[in-house]
Design a binder for this molecule. Structure first.
Ligand SMILES: CC(C)(COP(=O)(O)OP(=O)(O)OC[C@H]1O[C@@H](n2cnc3c(N)ncnc32)[C@H](O)[C@@H]1OP(=O)(O)O)[C@@H](O)C(=O)NCCC(=O)NCCS
Length: 186
């Protein structure tokens, strides 16, 4: 599925015209507050190449998000396999929007479409989401999606250098109608 639509948004493949606003938002220290560093133009360009390659190869991943009514690019939302080396595995949902696009419900709306695709399109039983423990805005998106956090799943992200951003939280959402398997349960 190379494109998902919601009431207000289109999740789609990346275009050359996305590069400038994507690089600008990744150079914004507020957008990058819970990441170790802002990204250079080269890093932003390389990330887009990787995202599009994933979308081309498997049909899902980190989609560019635009406002349907105006065509304005506002950031990304999507799904990705959890990196190796994390203390859990699965597919995670994620989101990053340019600052003017915060506070409109766009991240939650886009993420709902991505999560629905994970369950209905990919048949996954669970979707995960991860963020720095202090990233309350992102955690609020997770809660609005109906995801829940078990404090026992909190972890130190091996990708993040020692420091206040390292402590991270894991949220989980089960597909409707599926049950959590507990050790020893039949
Ligand atoms: C994380 C991030 C995407 C959250 O964005 P957000 O705008 O706070 O989240 P939503 O899109 O769900 O919007 C919710 C807000 O829109 C408001 N809103 C306004 N109109 C709305 C509408 N029509 N429908 C729903 N919500 C609406 C809600 O009341 C809520 O406001 P609040 O924050 O004052 O409570 C954003 O902060 C971001 O890009 N951060 C930087 C990148 C990052 O950290 N990403 C996560 C890394 S894991």
């Amino acid at each position: 599925m190379s494109e998902l639509r919601t009431d207000r948004l289109v999740l789609r493949g990346w275009r050359a015209s996305d590069l400038d606003p994507w690089a600008a938002m990744n150079a914004d220290p507020v957008v990058r507050e819970y990441f170790p560093e802002v990204l250079t133009r080269e890093q932003s360009e390389a990330s887009v190449a990787g995202f599009q390659a994933d979308l081309d190869r498997r049909g899902w991943g980190w989609w560019a998000v635009e406002i349907a009514a105006t065509g304005e690019f506002i950031g990304f939302t999507g799904l990705d396999p959890v990196e190796e080396g994390m203390p859990f595995s699965g597919v995670e949902a994620g989101w990053r929007l340019a600052r003017p696009a915060w506070g409109h419900g766009y991240a939650t709306e886009a993420a709902r479409a991505a999560v629905a695709y994970a369950f209905e399109g990919l048949g996954l039983a669970e979707v995960l989401a991860v963020t720095a423990a202090g990233n309350l805005r992102s955690r609020a998106v997770m809660s609005r999606l109906g995801m829940t956090r078990d404090p026992a799943d909190d972890f130190d992200d091996p990708e993040i250098p020692e420091g206040p951003l390292r402590r991270s939280v894991l949220y989980r959402l089960r597909a409707p109608g599926t049950k959590v398997r507990r050790p020893g349960a039949r």
